[in-house]
Structure formats: C-alpha cells, structure tokens
Write a protein that binds this ligand. Structure first.
Ligand code: ADE
Length: 220
C-alpha cells in the first residue's frame, strides 16, 4: 500500500515514521509512506498557500490551487483522496479495516485554517478522528496511517489483531504477565490451568464484561 500525506509540516512526522512498528513496516516494504509539502505547489512567489476569506471574516483559508495540484501530482485511478477535518465521519476500527485494502491513499492535512469549499470537488471522503478540534490534520493523518499500517499483512502477527479491541465489537480481554502475585493482587487461576478451552471461554466472558462496563454502546 502507498500512502501520500499532503502537509505543510512534514517535520511533524519524523518520529512517527522513524520508530518501532511503522519504521519496520516501511523498511520491509509493507507500506510506502510519502510526505508532500503542498507549499511547493504555491503559485505565489513567497510560497504563500492561504489567503483572506471572500466576504470578510477572521482567519485565513487554504487556497485551492496548491492543494489540488499536489493531489493531482500523485493521484491515479487507484487513489482514494481523504480530507482530514473535524466535520468528517468519525474514524474507527471498521474504517481502518476498509481502508487497509486500498492500494493508494492520499491524506490531505490542513493547518489552523479552513479549506476553500471547492476542495470537495477533488476528494473522495472526509474523515475526523473525534469530536474535538486539533491545530491541523497531521495528528489525524498519523493516527489513521498507524491504525491502517498495523493491519497490513505481515506487519504484526495476524493473531495479535484478531483479538484486538473493536475487532468483533468487543473490547479486548484482560491480560497478565509475571509476577503471579503482586502485593496480593493475583493472576486468575484459570490462566495458569493450561486448559486452553477454559481459557478461551474465560477470555470471551471477560471481554464481554469489560465491554459492558466500559463501552456498553459497542454491544448495541
Ligand atoms: N483537523 C482538526 N481537527 C481534526 C479532527 N478532529 N479530525 C480530523 N482532522 C482534524
């Protein structure tokens, strides 16, 4: 899969792309992630990409030409163009799964200011990562790229995400490691029993209990 991220702040992605699972996924060619600074597509000689809103009002608006030309510089018939805004549909694990089967994603990040409304003629969908406003689309682009990349074949062990929270509308079951007894807090006996069927049933029950307690809405 290829992911092109259009941003005015490529430096924000440095740590994200150069650590841990994402770094390994890139190095082993499971995913190809490119950063495109759409300032390079500015038509103005000082690299300006925003302007004052028609009709007046406070704040600046991202101009359409640099954004559309940056999109068109990488877009093919297989591309899905996603605009990151708080007005989009809320991202979730089902959406991550759906997007993980795409060949090419183009993630468009704004910063501080709004997009010129005509951008909607050049994108396929709009995604939000939650009902709060961030200073830009960079953190949402990282969140979405991370959630998708970990689902790509060979990035993490298949069984690691088969039981993930949300994978079957349930939260994850509780897990424990050594020591068996920490200040009187003991690991449940069933997990030490060696009876795999019993453990499977216990975990399913605990996942249901956990979901009912913390996220009843997922069971509806
Ligand atoms: N840009 C600013 N806030 C955002 C959010 N919550 N989701 C996606 N993009 C955003």
């Amino acid at each position: 899969m290829k992911i092109d991220i259009l941003t005015l702040f490529p430096g924000m992605f440095e740590g994200f792309l150069n650590e841990s699972i994402i770094k390994r996924a890139i190095e082993s060619n499971k995913v190809n992630i490119n950063l495109i600074n759409f300032r390079e597509f500015s038509h103005l000689n000082n690299g300006q990409v925003d302007d004052t809103p028609y009709g007046g009002g406070s704040g600046m608006v991202l101009r359409i030409e640099p954004l559309v030309e940056a999109i068109e510089s990488v877009k093919t018939d297989a591309s899905r163009v996603i605009l990151l805004t708080p007005q989009g549909k809320t991202f979730n694990e089902a959406k991550a799964k759906e997007l993980s089967s795409s060949k090419h994603l183009i993630l468009v990040c704004g910063h501080y200011e709004g997009f010129d409304e005509r951008i909607y003629n050049f994108i396929d969908e709009e995604i939000s990562i939650g009902d709060y406003v961030l200073t830009g689309g960079e953190i949402p682009a990282m969140a979405i790229t991370d959630a998708i990349t970990r689902l790509l074949p060979g990035v993490i062990k298949e069984e690691s995400h088969a039981n993930d929270s949300f994978s079957n509308n349930l939260l994850d079951y509780p897990t424990y490691t050594k020591p068996r007894d920490f200040r009187g807090l003991k690991v449940p006996d069933v997990l030490l029993s060696g009876d795999h069927e019993k453990i499977r049933q216990y975990r399913l029950e605990e996942a249901k209990k956990n979901t009912l307690k913390k996220r009843e809405d997922l069971l509806k």
